[in-house]
Design a protein around this ligand. Structure first.
Ligand code: GTP
Ligand code: MG
Length: 321
């Protein structure tokens, strides 16, 4: 059964559709015109399709692949109506994206890894702390005992922000004073979580750029210290990307993954941007899977990334005029 069917109600589908509204409108302001009155895939159609996809930040590499797949699928085949063309396009896009792995379940931890430690990283302001609040809430809803660690000790407000999210999610938080060693906070958190039989630990870190050597070394130290306390941890290193920055988010993912181990991606702020097509590029071009997408500022505004639902929401939603 598809991920979507197992985890989502029609409410969640409506939230996805509404979160992707601006990207969809952007796409369809071009596609709508394109799809009417044509019955073959010709140069003109491909050119305009390319323009539409690029304008939604799908990026040139992924766009070129999509067009190729579409041509293969439609080889020598006239489509009978614009709905068929729309379906061919949807299939072409989906065929590029890796499916969700069978052994991965959203908001679920493997049975033999407790506490399951998730380290959250990314550049400034991408939505790390917010995503941690959302994850904590969802894991708690799933029945797990969750603990947060405030290893962003760089800004005074950072601990306060995480404290607010811990209260919203109703989970405990381990913190030290501002300026404390982030590795020490991470160590304390894992130690406390082990003593209290927690299931999930989520550690917040300061925003950092991949090319700031000392900050990347600090991240390395955080990982080592956690691993010393609990062999095998961190089990997951989530890189948060701001989807509203479009192609920059893809570039950031590439650069981060080149210098440090990342096990999963989260693309945030897809609501309120017309650049949500970048999710297709990230999913297509990054070796690491997108785990979740952020669709708003509320604690419930985080969904597992399911390529089928995502592509469907973008490409098969708008009725053709
Ligand atoms: N609309 C929208 N806003 C979001 C989403 N995720 C985060 N934000 C907003 O983005 C802003 C930054 O979020 P934070 O969670 O503080 O980001 P951060 O990465 O922890 O930032 P630093 O700790 O400063 O590096 C806040 O105003 C959030 O409300 C989302 O999915 N949608
Ligand atoms: Mg933060």
């Amino acid at each position: 059964m598809s991920l979507w069917k197992r985890f989502f109600s029609t409410d969640k589908k409506a939230e996805l559709d509404s979160g992707l509204q601006r990207t969809r409108d952007n796409l369809w302001s071009r596609l709508g015109k394109l799809f009417t009155g044509k019955s073959t895939i010709d140069e003109d159609l491909l050119d305009q399709l390319e323009e539409a996809l690029v304008s939604a930040d799908v990026g040139i590499d992924t766009t070129v692949e999509i067009l190729q797949r579409l041509q293969e699928k439609a080889a020598n085949q006239r489509y009978r109506n614009s709905h068929e063309l729309q379906q061919l396009l949807e299939q072409a896009v989906l065929s590029l994206l890796p499916p969700v792995a069978d052994n991965w379940e959203p908001f679920t931890i493997p049975a033999n890894q407790r506490p399951y430690v998730i380290l959250v990283v990314g550049v400034n302001g991408v939505g790390k702390t917010t995503t941690i609040g959302k994850l904590a809430y969802q894991y708690k809803q799933a029945g797990y005992q969750v603990m947060l660690g405030a290893a962003d000790t760089f800004r005074a407000a950072a601990v306060d922000q995480l404290t607010i999210w811990s209260q919203r999610a109703g989970v405990p938080l381990v913190k030290q004073g501002m300026g404390a060693d982030p590795s020490a906070v991470a160590f304390d958190t894992v130690q406390s979580a082990m003593a209290k039989n927690m299931d999930v630990v989520i550690i917040d870190t300061a925003g950092r750029l991949h090319n700031k050597k000392h900050l990347m070394e600090e991240l390395g130290k955080i990982k080592r210290v956690i691993g010393k306390k609990l062999p095998g941890a961190p089990h997951e290193i989530l890189l948060i990307l701001d989807g509203s920055t479009g192609q920059n988010a893809l570039e950031q993912a590439r650069q981060f993954m080149a210098v440090t181990e990342i096990t999963g991606l989260v693309v945030t702020k897809l609501d309120g941007t017309a650049k949500g097509g970048v999710v297709l590029a990230i999913s297509h071009q990054c070796q690491v899977p997108i785990r979740y997408i952020g669709l708003g500022e509320k604690i419930t505004d985080l969904q597992p990334f399911d390529p089928t639902s995502f592509v469907h929401s973008l490409f098969d939603h708008q009725p053709i005029p």
